[in-house]
Design a protein around this ligand. Sequence first.
Ligand code: HEM
Length: 150
Amino acid sequence: MYPIVLGLHNLVRWVALVLAIVATVGAFSGWFGKRQWSERDRKIGSFFGMAMDIQLLLGLILYFVYSPITRQALSNFGAAMGVGDLRFFGLEHALYMILAVVSAHLGSALARRAAESKAKYQRAAIFFGLSLLLMLLGMPWMRPFIPFLG
Ligand code: HEM
């Protein structure tokens, strides 16, 4: 199961990343282009949130069940903080990505609560943009870009 869950987690990351870019660019262009908020904007934000939730679920399964790296990190968390890979997956990756998931949901929730299109786009742009940035910072770029390679 470990390679399957890791492979899925690897693949869904591209879906999440593309949706993060589409949602962020769309929100900024709506804001500066003074467009009316549309159903399409709402849907993109909600698909982005769903992709992030799937990643969160797969990530938690890896973290607590299958990953030998996080198992080792959790067995002695203090010592793991001094070891590059253990620190990255045991702390940094999980933390950045959980914050990215929260920010993605905040973007949609706060946009929904705003009354006017401009405020909806502003909120979506800020929180989707922050989510994208956190995802780029927390991504294990040293790992294969496609599952089962490398
Ligand atoms: C939400 C956005 C997330 C993205 C885009 C993402 C992306 C990735 C990628 C690309 C890998 C490398 C896959 C490979 O080597 O084939 C990975 C590994 C991993 N991720 Fe995530 N991740 C996310 C969230 C999380 C969360 C929230 C957790 C934990 C709470 C997590 C835990 C892990 C673990 C434990 C590994 C690999 C461990 C191993 O190699 O054994 N991820 N992640």
